[in-house]
Write a protein that binds this ligand. Structure first.
Ligand SMILES: [Zn+2]
Length: 292
């Protein structure tokens, strides 16, 4: 198991820490959507952020959708996550490949844009889903997730999300961390953490050195004794099915269904999360129409 997420809490109860190696998850996403470097990094960082937020905020059958809607060329990024560490998503423009920024890194900010929103919709099994939304403050996404947690969930946190894309567009490594300060934490600890985070290399560099998620947490918290609460596998998986698309077709206006029957003699539905194609014959469409 190379891809997994670890949840830890400090023995003194001052902070909670999460770290994930999501290299295979982001590789699957890159391959399914044929994303190019800038899109891969923006999409991958959103996937990592969703894995971290889901691990921290979901239980049982609950799920969440993270939407990043900036004014950059990548367009909208949507990622669904659940409490079991499964994600799926899509990006409006997978083929964005901007020149590197002045730090010689992928220009995620340029791809995402700096004006727009980050929103998180949680379906906790209640009557209404909960949605929290913040304006983008950076476009690099790590800071945007941090801002979301502070503003919308009143949880002081630090989030790092990082993707390394190889020359051939394949994913080298991908991963991230999230540190949450719990109520009553010592101010001195916060100062120490801030200083360590400033000095710390990118998570992608730590992963390239072969570090495991728990070692990434140690890199941040130092000597602070931690205990592991959970270690869970993470994966990219789509739960689409022909039945689900049939259900969607049954809510299409009868006049439009009739048009598909008369003119196209069938229909093809493409899943935007995984690219899988589902064919509906004329007879199947007629059955759907008759059942309306
Ligand atoms: Zn699918």
């Amino acid at each position: 198991m190379t891809d997994y997420l670890i949840k830890q809490i400090s023995e003194d109860g001052q902070l909670r820490a999460y770290a994930v190696n999501a290299t295979d998850v982001v590789t699957d996403a890159q391959e399914k959507h044929d994303t190019w470097s800038t899109s891969s990094a923006a999409f991958g960082r959103t996937i990592i952020g969703t894995l971290l937020l889901s691990a921290a905020g979901l239980k049982g059958d609950t799920k969440m959708t993270v939407r990043v809607e900036g004014d950059g060329p990548v367009g909208k990024i949507v990622v669904d996550g659940n409490a079991q560490g499964t994600v799926k998503g899509y990006v409006t423009n997978p083929h964005v490949n901007l020149p590197l920024n002045d730090q010689n890194k992928i220009d995620v900010k340029g791809g995402v844009g700096t004006t727009g929103t980050l929103s998180v919709t949680k379906d906790l099994g209640l009557k209404e889903p909960f949605t929290g939304q913040v304006p983008l403050v950076s476009g690099e996404l790590g800071e945007d997730f941090t801002y979301y947690l502070a503003k919308s969930e009143q949880t002081p946190s630090a989030v790092g999300v990082s993707v390394f894309v190889n020359e051939d567009n394949s994913i080298g490594v991908a991963g991230g961390f999230m540190i949450q300060i719990l109520p009553g934490a010592d101010d001195r600890l916060i100062d120490i953490l801030e200083a360590r985070l400033k000095e710390m290399p990118l998570v992608s560099e730590l992963l390239q050195q072969g570090m495991r998620p728990e070692e990434i947490i140690t890199e941040i918290v130092g000597e602070l004794p931690m205990k592991t609460l959970e270690k869970m596998p993470v994966k990219y998986e789509c739960d689409c099915s022909k039945e689900r698309f049939a259900k969607a077709l049954s809510s299409v206006a009868p006049v439009d269904l009739q048009q598909l029957i008369d003119e196209d003699h069938g229909a093809e539905a493409v899943c935007r999360f995984c690219g899988k194609k589902y064919q509906f014959t004329e007879a199947e469409l007629k059955t759907i129409l008759a059942a309306q």
